[in-house]
Structure formats: C-alpha cells, structure tokens
Write a protein of this length. Structure first.
Lengths: 521, 472
C-alpha cells in the first residue's frame, strides 16, 4: 500500500496544485513541497524500519509488494514491488525533487498551477518506473514521464525550448515504441511457449535467455535505455534538452530521468536476457568507454555553462554502461552508487549554474569570472560539487567509480584501463568550470552579485551533506541493495541450465540417453 | 422466407428507417429544428435499446444480411457515433440561417446505409446500402449551400463516389463471372487461394479500389482533405468515422470469409496500401495549417494502422480492428466536437492558429484538446495508445514485423504535427477568440466532459470494452 500512497500523493497533489492555483498563485509550490516532503518522510521511515531486518532468504525477494488486476484479458496487472534498488532510487527521487523545487522556488511566476501539476506528475511517473514490476505498467510510467517533461521544457524553458522539446519528445517516443514492440514480442513468445499470456516481470524472467529472438528483443529495450541514458551515438537530444529546460527540468531530466534508463538496464535487460546481454557485453563496454571519453571531450569544448555540465553527464553515464556490462556484483553495486552519486552531483551543478544565471543572466563562461570575491559561500559549495564530479576520494562519486572500475577490471583489463582515463579527463572539464566562473578575472563585465540566500544555502548544503555522508558511509546504500543484487546473480546460472535443457542438440539427448540406460538397469 | 423472428432481429435497422420517415412527416406538419433533432436522437436511442438485447449468435437472413457478434458491436458503435453527431449538429445548425430539418433525415439515412453495410453478406445488399449511404452523403456534404466550397466538395464527392461504386459493381460482376455466386457464404465455401484465376483477382482488385476510396486509403485518398475542409464539422465527423468504419467491416467480411488474405499476392498488395497510407498520411499532414485538413491526413494514416489489424487475418485481428475503430471514432469525434465548439454562424475555427494560447484562456478545453491530440498520436494514458497496443499485439501474433515497424516509425512522424497543435495552444501570444457556439451550449459542454472521461477511461482501464469484444 505504501507504494500506491507514494504515487497517489504526487498525482493528487498535482491536481490540487492546478485547481488551487486559481485561488492564489503561491499555493501550488507549497502543495508540491508538502507532497514531496510527505513522500520523503514515508520513504525514510520505511527505510529505517527495514534497514535492520533485511532478510537474505531467497523466497522473500521484495521488501513490499502489491498486485491487483488491471486488464486481465491482456495479462496486465497493476504490480508494484520494492527491493533495495527501488528503495534507494525512490528516496533519491524525492530528495532531488525537493532540491529542484526549492532551487526554482522563485523563478516560476507564470502559470504556477500547471507548472506544479507537471512537476509532480513527472515525479510520479519516475517513481512508478522504479516500482513497476509489470512490463506494461513499466512502459506506462515510462511514457507518463514524457508529456509533463515536454510541457515543462516548452512552457517554462529558455529561448530555444520549443525545438529542444520536440527533439526530446521524438527521440524518447520512437525509442520507447521500439521497447513497446520488444515488450509485446516477449509477451507473445512467452505466451506461445507456455500458454500463459502475461506481462508480469517475475513470470517473464528466464523465459527467453538466449538465441536470435532474445537478441533482437533485447535491442528494443537497449535502444530505449541508451537514448534516455544517453549513450553515444544517441546523445544528440541531450544538450538541447538539458540546456533549454528551466532549472527544475534540467535537474529532473539529468539527475532522475537518465537514472530510469540505468535502472531499466539492471532491472530488465540483464535479468530478462542474461545470455543475450552477455553476448552484448564487449560492445556495451566499448560504448560506455567511448561515452566516457567523447563526452568528456565535448564537455571540455563548451562555452555555455549548462551545455558543459550536460556533456559531462554523457561521460558519467558511460561509467554506468561499463558497470552494467561487467557482470559482477562489485560493478553492480558501483552502478547503483553511480546512479545516486551522479544524481546528486549533476543536480548540484545544474542548480549552481541556475543560481549564477539568476544573478547574471548569462550562460557563457567567457562572460563570467572572479565571482569568488562576491560569492564566497557559493564558491565554496561549488568546489565541493566539482570535486565530487571529478571523483575525489571522500565524496560519493569516487566510491561509485572505483567500484565500477574494480568490477570492470575483472571482466576486461584493457577496457577498464581506458575507462579509468575518464577519471583524468573529468578533472580537466570540471576544473575549468571552477576556474572560468569563480577564479579567472574578467574585466569586460561587472555584475552586482549577492551571495546565496538561506533557501539556496539549504539546497546546496543538503546536497553537500548527502555527498559527504555517502562518500564516507557508502555501506548504508550498498547494504540495503545487496540482497537484490544477490537475487540477480542467482538468476543467471539457473537460466543457463534452462536453455541448455531447452536445446536438444546440446545436452538433453545425452540426458535422455543416460536416463533410459538407468531405467533399463 | 423472412420470418417474424428475422424481423425482430432487424428491429434496430427498421427503427432507424422508421425514424427517418417520422422526421420527414414531422417536417410536413410543422418545421421545428428542436423537434427533428430530438426525434432523431430518440430514434437512435430506441434502436440502440433493441440492439443490446440481440443475441450474438450468428444468423443469416435470406442470404442478404448476417447478424453476428461483429455486426452487433459495430452497429452499436455506429449508433453511438451518430448519436454524438446529432448532439453536435443541433447547436451547430441552430445558429445557421438555413433550412435545417432535412439534415436529420439525411443523417438518419446515411446511418441506416452504414449499418446495413455492416450487416451485408451479399453483393446486392452491400451495393444497395452503399448507395443509401453515398446519396445521403452528397447532400449532407453540400448542405451549407451558401458556401461555395461546400457545394464544390459535394460535387467532388458525388463524382468520386460514383466512380468508386462503378468500380465496385464491375468488380462484383467479375467475381460473379468467375465463381457464379454473389453471397459471401457460398463464395467462402468454394474458393481456395491456390485456385485464384486472373478474373477473380481482377474482380477483387476492382472491389478493393472502390472500398479503398470509401476508406480513403492511399492511393485513393485524394478527395479526403477537400471534403473534410468543405463540409460542416458534424458532417466531416460522419465522413471520417461512420462511413469509413462501415466500409472497413465489409472489407473484413469479404476477405476473411473468402480467405483471400492467404493468397500471397493479395496480402502483399494490402501491405503496400497499408504502408503507403501510414507514411503518406502522416507525411502530408506535417505542413498543414488547416486543422480539418490535418485531421483528414491523420485519418488516412489511422486507416493505414487499421489495415495492420486487417492484415493479421485472425480472430484477434478482427477484435483489434473493432477495438481500434472504437478508439478512432472516439478520438476523431472528440476532435470534431472541439471544432464545432469554436464555430459560429460565420464559420468554423479551421486553422491551427485559431487555437493559439488557448491553454491560458480556457485551460480545461485546452487540456481536453491536448488529450485528444495525444490520443490520436497514441501516447499512453489516452485511448489511442491502447488501440495501438492492441494492433501491435495482433500484428505480432501474426509475425508481420515489417508492418509493425512501419506503424511505429510513421506514428512517430505523426507526433510532429499533433505536438505542433499542442505547442500552438501552449504558446503565450494569445489570439483573439471570437464568440463561439460552445459557450452557450450545455450539450456541447457535457459531451466534451463525457468524451474526455471516455478517452482517459479507454486509455487507462479498457477491460470492460475488451470483454465486450471477447464475446464477439
């Protein structure tokens, strides 16, 4: 029930915000804040209740689960379930949701009701993606994210936002439809084989481990996830979408929406198609490494602050690809940490960029410089965020990238070494932000800058605390997600046996032969 | 011979015909717009009442008509659609300074023709129903006769429909020559796909041309945008939904009962038509500034999607096709209701630009229109998505992956222009809204609320409707 409550609070809050905006245009943001805080409190309460008694029993896979009939004729059910991974991701969603809300507390002054309606429904969609355990339900939530995001981008975005919104919508829509085709194909193949037509995640697990069909079906999923992640060569929508969105949009699309794709990879692609994914491992890691290096290069060349941060996201998401296709627990834990770490650090950087934009009205780094004198507090926070982004030990990104690289090392040493180069190049573009915005003197422009306000202090401070806390105590996240990863490891060997049995040429003929002999004896 | 039982089975159709006569006689006594509209609506409701009491057992009446689950469901859909059209016609024509009462006679006859097309199981009954439909439609399209382009589109439709009918007649003649039978039942019994001779193939091809014209499939689509733009919004709604749906059902019956789709050449020909309709429909809609022309091209692509269900040649294909009809009817009628809402006695809000900034003046109407556009585009949570999902499942179970990819790619192209309409409504530069009939019509407001709920209901929880199709 708790999961339904989480989603419903957001959806109802959104409708209330829209309706009550007619009364007073300041009401909606308070409704959003209350809804998100309630959700965050619920999830924190749930976490602290469950942290002590996570069972490692095999039959108890979920921390909590609900399932209702939805469209029984098509085998769709309303199936939500939460394990450690989902718990961490939903907590991150609400935390960053509040951060993005507070960071844009004063920017949005037109059509506030509709804005907060979209914001809350967007977050509801993201929450749903992290909880859905029915493939069609997952697809529904996946697509629910799109429309509100499009509205936020187009209505409250910067100058070029209409173009960015279209590009975003089309890229994600066509890739989403490819995934839909794959989901339906999986449904039909599973149904024809077993006569049970269902979209349920647990039922479909292991129904199609290897073979050409599995490969093509997996490709449908991969396209959807690669576009949203984004990985090269599907990244061209990203700089426009990230740059033209209003701050809350940028934070949510970069910090949360891209995580839904990473989550999809470890929740759906690897468990549903273990063998096909194994075959895709080397191309997957190569794509990841290429994203890391190419993203860093593009980022280094940008003059627009938000574009610079956007491309750094491509680079960081490359680590997730490397981790996902390394196939070991170490790397998967790294992937989870990277989802949290990148969520926090990219959100922090976008919020910083927005605060600078609020004060100067500029995005071009060449027109900035020497802001440290006027804004020492913001500069201080930015140093922390930059250090996090480049992976300084003691901050959460270091833990994540270290785990991923350690995992990748076990899979392929050469590629792991190449991926490690990413840590070095990230220094170049990250330091460039700090240098251009806060240090280097700029005599062509002068701004009257005021340092951060209490509200901004709270946002940046809480992000800093989260980064430091998880940097020193990553175990709090890793431990709660550990059973979930152990489950994933259990699935793979089982499936291998299952396919071997299904393939008569390989083994079953021998088994029947020996069985007959045994019977005869 | 026709028994009493048969007459009872045909009551819904008979009631439609009788209602048309009552309205006509009523006009002879005293002209009253309200009376005509009310009697028409009442007749449709009574007809619907008798329809839902029908059993879904298959029953053939004197070789001409067939009554089965499919016929019942589609007749029901057509009656509902006609009812909605009557509801939007009343406020639309109330402000026009023309003679309005005959409109309802024509509308009832057109609905009667469509319903009989759905029931037809014989070439003769089909041609008769088709002509009842076509002749009423000429007059309906040209009904606003002080508008010159209205007359023009009426004549255009007259010529095209006459050509199409002659194609169909010639095709039927060739089929009869090849097989010696005119009813689908005996055709289905004697045809084997391997034994298709050139005569029969030519006959089927000519019939397809005629039906393709009615359904506005590419390459028989050229009349569509002109007639959509020229006719009044309620009539456009009728042309876009009911007449196309009825032709689709006969196409389904013709090729399913003869097993024609298992002939490879025929299948490929239809696959080409479907692909062309999906792509060209969506492609030509991209740059349209006129909302009704945009919807015309959109409907071409929707009929292309529908052909994917037809081509899967299975029971699930029929179910998917009918389900898609429900969804397409709902979305298209909703769009036409919206256009009617913003019309006045001078004209309709035809251009996309007329809706600029609507979101900030009439948020609920704009939200409704957004949902309609997203439903036509097939975005989840709206009815259109469920329809596409059902189509894709039907296609997938048949293994025709190529058509499914075409469907996906072309519907993404379609997103461009649906989103453009939404983006125009969202933009901040507001255009002056002229006074419109919707602001003073409770019926239209209620109807919009009902359609709004229906589209979301179909999109989120369509179990009820799917169950109905399961009984078909």
């Amino acid at each position: 029930m708790i999961m339904i409550a989480l989603i419903l609070i957001l959806m109802i809050g959104g409708i209330l915000a829209w309706l009550l905006s007619a009364v007073n245009k300041n009401i909606p943001k308070w409704i959003s804040l209350i809804a998100l805080l309630t959700d965050l409190l619920i999830i924190v309460f749930f976490w602290s209740n469950n942290a002590g008694n996570i069972s490692f029993a095999q039959n108890n896979r979920w921390l909590t689960e609900v399932q209702y009939e939805w469209i029984p004729q098509f085998g769709m059910s309303f199936h939500l379930a939460m394990d450690g991974i989902s718990l961490v991701m939903t907590a991150l969603t609400f935390f960053l949701g509040i951060a993005s809300l507070l960071s844009s507390w004063k920017n949005v002054d037109k059509h506030t009701g509709f804005y907060h309606f979209n914001l809350l429904w967007l977050l509801a969609g993201i929450t749903g993606v992290f909880l859905a355990m029915d493939l069609m339900l997952f697809y529904f939530f996946w697509e629910i994210m799109l429309v509100p995001m499009y509205f936020i981008m187009v209505i409250w975005g910067h100058e070029n936002s209409k173009y960015a919104g279209w590009k975003f919508f089309l890229f994600t829509q066509i890739s989403g439809l490819m995934m839909l085709l794959s989901i339906i194909a999986l449904f039909v193949i599973h149904g024809n084989a077993t006569q049970v037509y269902t979209f349920d995640y647990m039922a479909l697990l292991g129904s199609l481990a290897g073979g050409p069909a599995a490969f093509w079906i997996m490709c449908g999923f991969l396209i959807a996830f690669f576009v949203k992640l984004p990985s090269i060569p599907f990244h061209s929508w990203l700089p426009d979408a990230y740059t033209e969105s209003p701050v809350a949009g940028s934070v949510i699309v970069a910090a949360l929406m891209s995580k839904t794709a990473a989550y999809g990879l470890i929740r759906f692609v690897i468990p549903l198609f273990p063998e096909a994914a194994q075959n895709f491992a080397i191309p997957g890691i190569i794509l990841g490494v290429a994203s890391i290096l190419y993203g860093a290069k593009l980022s280094y060349g940008q003059l627009n602050l938000k574009r610079l941060i956007s491309f750094s996201s491509v680079s960081h998401m490359g680590f997730i690809l490397v981790g996902v296709f390394s196939f070991n627990t170490l790397a998967y834990q790294g992937v989870l940490m990277q989802m949290v770490a990148h969520g926090l650090s990219i959100a922090a950087l976008f919020i910083m960029a927005e605060f600078v934009y609020d004060r100067t009205g500029k995005m071009d780094v060449n027109e900035m410089g020497g802001f440290w004198d006027a804004m020492p507090n913001m500069g201080g926070f930015t140093v922390v965020f930059i250090m996090a982004s480049l992976g300084l030990p003691g901050l959460v990104n270091f833990v994540a990238e270290f785990l991923i690289l350690a995992g990748a090392w076990q899979y392929d040493i050469v590629l792991a070494v190449l991926a490690t180069l990413g840590l070095i190049v990230s220094v170049t573009y990250s330091m460039r932000i700090l240098q251009k915005v806060f240090h280097q003197r700029n005599h062509t422009h002068s701004y009257s800058l005021h340092d951060i306000s209490v509200r901004e202090w709270v946002v940046m401070g809480s992000l800093t605390v989260a980064m430091l806390w998880l940097g020193f105590f990553p175990q709090s996240v890793i431990r709660i997600a550990k059973p979930a990863f152990e489950q994933m490891k259990m699935i793979q060997p089982e499936n291998k046996e299952a396919t071997r049995e299904a393939n008569p040429l390989q083994s079953s003929s021998i088994i029947t032969f020996t069985a007959k002999k045994g019977g005869g004896l | 011979m026709i028994s009493m039982q048969d007459i009872i089975s045909l009551l819904p159709e008979i009631i439609l015909a009788v209602t048309a006569i009552i309205v006509m006689l009523g006009i002879a006594v005293r002209r009253s717009h309200l009376f005509s509209a009310a009697i028409t609506a009442l007749g449709i409701v009574v007809s619907f009442y008798f329809l839902i009491n029908q059993s879904s057992e298959q029953k053939i009446i004197s070789n001409l008509f067939i009554l089965d689950g499919l016929a019942n469901v589609v007749t029901g859909i057509i009656l509902c659609a006609t009812f909605v059209i009557v509801l939007i016609s009343y406020p639309y024509f109330r402000v026009q300074k023309i003679i309005k009462e005959e409109y309802y006679v024509l509308l009832l006859l057109a609905a009667l023709g469509s319903v009989c097309m759905v029931l037809s199981y014989h070439f003769v009954s089909f041609v008769l129903s088709l002509e009842v439909l076509s002749v009423s439609l000429f007059a309906l399209i040209a009904y606003l006769k002080r508008e010159s382009f209205s007359i023009e589109s009426g004549i255009k439709y007259l010529i095209m429909a006459a050509v199409a009918t002659s194609f169909i007649l010639f095709g039927f003649a060739l089929i009869y020559l090849a097989t010696g039978s005119m009813d689908l039942q005996s055709l289905g019994g004697q045809l084997q796909p391997v034994s298709y001779g050139p005569l029969l193939l030519a006959g089927l091809a000519l019939t397809t041309v005629g039906l393709g014209f009615k359904m506005a499939l590419v390459p028989f689509h050229l009349w569509t945008p002109d007639i959509y733009a020229g006719a009044s919004a309620p009539v456009t709604a009728f042309v876009a939904t009911v007449s196309k749906g009825a032709a689709f059902i006969f196409l389904l019956r013709l090729f399913y009962s003869t097993g024609g789709l298992s002939h490879e050449g025929i299948w490929i020909a239809f696959a080409v038509i479907a692909t062309a309709s999906m792509f060209i429909g969506n492609w030509l809609a991209l740059r349209q500034q006129n909302l009704k022309r945009l919807l015309a091209y959109s409907s071409i692509s929707h009929l292309g999607y529908l052909m994917v269900a037809f081509l899967s040649a299975s029971i699930i294909g029929t179910a998917a096709g009918v389900f898609y009809l429900i969804i397409y009817f709902t979305s298209m009628l909703a769009a036409m209701t919206m256009i009617t809402y913003f019309s006045n006695q001078k004209g309709e809000a035809l251009m996309v630009e007329d809706y600029r900034g609507l979101f900030w003046k009439k948020p609920w109407l704009a939200a409704f229109f957004t949902v309609v556009m997203l439903s036509l585009a097939g975005v989840p949570l709206t009815a259109g998505f469920m329809g596409k999902f059902f189509l894709l499942s039907a296609g997938m179970s048949n293994g025709g992956l190529f058509l499914l990819i075409v469907l996906v790619v072309s519907s993404t192209i379609g997103l461009f222009y649906y989103l453009r309409v939404v983006a125009v409504m969202l933009s901040h530069h507001e255009s002056e809204l002229q006074d419109h009939i919707g602001s003073s019509s409770i019926v239209l407001k209620l109807l919009i609320a009902v359609l709004f709920i229906l589209i979301l209901w179909l999109g989120v929880y369509p179990s009820v409707f799917v169950e109905m199709l399961g009984k078909m």
